[in-house]
Design a protein around this ligand. Structure first.
Ligand SMILES: Cc1cc2nc3c(=O)[nH]c(=O)nc-3n(C[C@H](O)[C@H](O)[C@H](O)COP(=O)(O)OP(=O)(O)OC[C@H]3O[C@@H](n4cnc5c(N)ncnc54)[C@H](O)[C@@H]3O)c2cc1C
Length: 406
């Protein structure tokens, strides 16, 4: 389908003053989105994981978008990463989930927290697509409160042994490496580890296929049974793993917000096409004012969330230039939560309104807007639920002494 709103996206790129290489990256993103449209839709209808996604991103040179050029990536700043994910989001949240986890939660965590040896070991292969990351924080008994995780480690000669379960892990069955978080069996403080998924004791217990949407994205349950990792596989400092986890989520939430923009764009495109061609009561339904109300909602949501997400991205870029500035970090953290919170809610409501504009066909699994309706719901749950975002945003306004997690 022709992208009816491409012109306004190009205008945004001009307003943001993108350089030639950045625009070329966005053209590659458009090409990848086009490559994926058919397989994403077909796999969604079959309710199956879409194995085409990593290959298409690899062929288009998009597996290392935010990875620095010296490690073989495209070196995109956060703003460009966001524009890239916005474009990919038009194919739906399945592709975004794969990309957000591999790029924002995985590759960027290694780039931000890894030693030089770790960066050289992982990032060039991640940029080529030979390494695919998963991010293992959630457990059956620890979701919104990761500090209560049970996965534990003991020290052994030359390294550590990890035991526990990780639940609802995106890319879990397809990842070559997982950033796994664990606490010492006999003490406090979570540590982040880079775990090769081929290691003895690492197992995919099951692919979670009974989801209400997001069929094209792999979600798995993982067990770690006395998995050995070397001392060199600790990411960041021992005992400081939650800092690694939260900083990855700061990146990831901006990315999820960006993907949700793409969802709203596609909803708007689909609604425009459908309502200007479908005739009821003697005229195109787009001529009925109550249909226009839905169009106006989706368009306003998109424009408002777009600038919010870009603002969070720009703030993150400012912080990157001055990583010692804690006020900048906390601003970027707040804005990434606001962007994810608002974009995910508006994407879901936009998809709901798009279903409404499509009428009975909208309720069919075959309609493109039903896919967004089912898939975008997850963005209000993963990488911090709506409620956790609300608590985080409120405490950033009220002050830490009012933090409601305590
Ligand atoms: C498809 C999918 C993919 C995912 N991918 C990943 C992944 O790749 N890696 C990963 O680590 N995790 C992943 N997750 C897990 C996701 O991050 C968690 O589901 C999420 O953080 C919520 O945790 P929970 O499911 O345990 O819910 P719970 O924490 O049990 O929350 C249940 C409800 O209680 C509310 N609640 C909890 N605490 C509070 C509080 N203090 N105040 C107010 N309300 C509260 C929550 O907001 C929610 O509404 C994924 C989840 C899904 C569905």
């Amino acid at each position: 389908m022709e992208r009816l709103f491409q012109a306004s996206v190009d205008e945004v790129s001009r307003l943001l003053g993108l350089e030639r290489a950045e625009l070329a990256l966005l053209e590659d993103a458009d090409a990848a989105a086009d490559d994926l449209l058919v397989s994403e839709y077909e796999k969604y209808v079959e309710r199956k994981y879409n194995p085409e996604v990593p290959g298409v991103l690899r062929r288009r040179g998009l597996m290392g978008v935010p990875i620095r050029e010296k490690y073989g990536g495209r070196g995109a700043r956060q703003l460009v990463e966001s524009l890239f994910l916005e474009r990919m989001g038009q194919t739906g949240m399945g592709v975004i989930t794969f990309a957000d986890v591999h790029l924002c939660l995985g590759s960027l965590a290694v780039q931000d927290w890894g030693t030089e040896e770790q960066r050289e070991r992982y990032l060039p292969r991640a940029a080529k697509g030979d390494v695919i990351f998963a991010y293992g924080l959630t457990e059956p008994e620890a979701g919104s409160d990761p500090a209560s995780m049970k996965t534990s480690y003991v020290k052994d000669e030359g390294g550590y042994r990890l035991t526990g379960s990780k639940y609802l892990i995106s890319n879990g069955s397809i990842a070559t490496d997982m950033i796994a978080f664990a606490r010492p069996a006999d003490g406090k403080g979570v540590t982040a580890f880079l775990v090769d998924t081929k290691k003895k004791g690492f197992a995919v217990d099951m692919r979670l296929e009974e989801k209400i949407g997001l069929f094209t994205s792999d979600t798995s349950m993982i067990s770690l049974d006395d998995v050995h990792v070397d001392r060199e596989d600790v990411l960041g400092e021992e005992g400081k793993g939650l800092s690694v986890a939260y900083s990855a989520l700061l990146n990831g939430r901006i990315g999820i917000g960006s993907g949700c923009l793409g969802v709203m764009e596609d909803c708007l495109n689909q609604v425009k096409e459908r309502t200007t061609s479908r005739v009821q009561h003697g005229k195109e339904i787009a001529r009925h004012q109550l249909i226009q109300k839905h169009v106006a909602f989706i368009e306003s949501s998109l424009e408002a969330c777009r600038w919010l997400d870009y603002r969070a991205a720009v703030k993150k870029d400012e912080y990157e230039k001055d990583p010692k500035d804690l006020a900048l970090r906390s601003d970027a953290d707040r804005l990434s939560a606001v962007a994810k919170y608002m974009s995910s809610r508006h994407a879901f409501e936009s998809a709901d309104r798009a279903v409404q504009c499509f009428g009975g066909f909208g309720y069919s699994i075959m309609s493109p807007v039903a896919k967004h309706f089912l898939d975008s719901r997850v963005a209000r749950i993963y990488e911090g639920t709506d409620e956790i975002m609300e608590l985080k945003i409120a405490s950033s306004v009220l002050g830490r002494e009012f933090e409601a997690y305590r």
